[in-house]
Design a binder for this molecule. Structure first.
Ligand SMILES: C[S@@+](CC[C@H](N)C(=O)[O-])C[C@H]1O[C@@H](n2cnc3c(N)ncnc32)[C@H](O)[C@@H]1O
Length: 257
């Protein structure tokens, strides 16, 4: 039976590749590499560097595919749904046209496939459509959350306290009710500026794990402006940015006990 190997490749540093991920890479007969746009071009470059460094299977074929563009009209959910279907069609065609009966397709997923990544959902669509039978195996990777915490030398959680992992879009709608600590990803709106707690602290990181890595931290009220400016400048310079941050608000006494 054909197989899809979903391999977490880490968040930007090829050395995030685990031994398990390297072994998985070398089990693939075909690797699919997404391309398009400045950010995607950089991500494709990291994937290629990973293949140059770790791929020892000369028979493995690396195929590029242009990531379909997500529709901006209509609802966000409909746009994402159609976008996923379009990518699912690419996976399906690759399985049918490029792989033999017992061959393996490797998908190199940024960070870890379980964190704000749709690859597993898209693979699920291909399975649901049912035109091609295949098995799936997932290999975990180093996430940008781990890279952020390692960069700052901090633990993600405080003792006994929860951390809400959320998006910039959601944080901009209001502080999450269930936690005093929020780890924010996919923030195109710099939602940290909406947090008004004067005691809040932030640990921010951009291009984590890459040679362009930037780390800033401190009391949010003191560093928010510097983060906004640094972010805008870096984005202008590189043509894209990926950033992640942790915000901690002081825990009430009952919460910290
Ligand atoms: C689609 S999600 C993918 C997350 C990925 N699966 C992971 O495990 O980190 C993309 C978001 O992850 C974060 N991210 C991924 N790589 C990053 C990096 N090298 N530096 C900073 N943030 C990163 C950013 O918040 C970005 O908007």
């Amino acid at each position: 039976m054909r197989k899809i190997l979903v391999i977490g490749i880490g968040a930007g540093n090829p050395e995030h590749m685990t031994v398990q991920a390297i072994k998985a890479l070398n089990r693939a007969d075909v690797l699919l590499i997404p391309t398009k746009g400045a950010e995607k071009a950089y991500l494709a470059e990291v994937r290629r560097e990973i293949c140059d460094r770790f791929l020892e299977n000369p028979a493995c074929r690396i195929l590029d595919y242009a990531v379909p563009v997500r529709r901006a009209d209509g609802s966000y959910e409909d746009g994402v749904h159609d976008w996923h279907r379009a990518i699912a069609a690419i996976y399906e065609r690759t399985l049918l046209d490029e792989l033999g009966e017992d061959q393996t397709l490797g998908l190199l997923v940024w960070g870890d496939p379980m964190l704000y990544d749709s690859t597993l959902r898209i693979v699920g669509h291909v399975r649901d459509v049912g035109r091609v039978a295949f098995g799936t195996e997932v290999v975990p990777g180093i996430t940008s959350v781990q890279a952020l915490c390692a960069g700052h030398g901090i633990a993600l959680n405080r003792i006994g306290l929860p951390v809400e992992i959320t998006t910039g879009r959601r944080l901009a709608e209001g502080w999450p009710e269930s936690a005093r600590d929020a780890l924010v990803m996919l923030d195109g709106v710099q939602a940290f500026r909406t947090v008004t707690d004067p005691e809040a602290e932030i640990w921010w990181g951009a291009y984590l794990g890459t040679p362009h890595e930037i780390l800033l931290s401190g009391k949010l009220a003191d560093v928010a402006e510097a983060i906004t400016e640094t972010r805008a400048k870096a984005r202008e310079e590189h043509g894209w940015i990926m950033d992640t941050y942790l915000i901690r608000r002081p825990a009430g006494e009952e919460e910290a006990a």
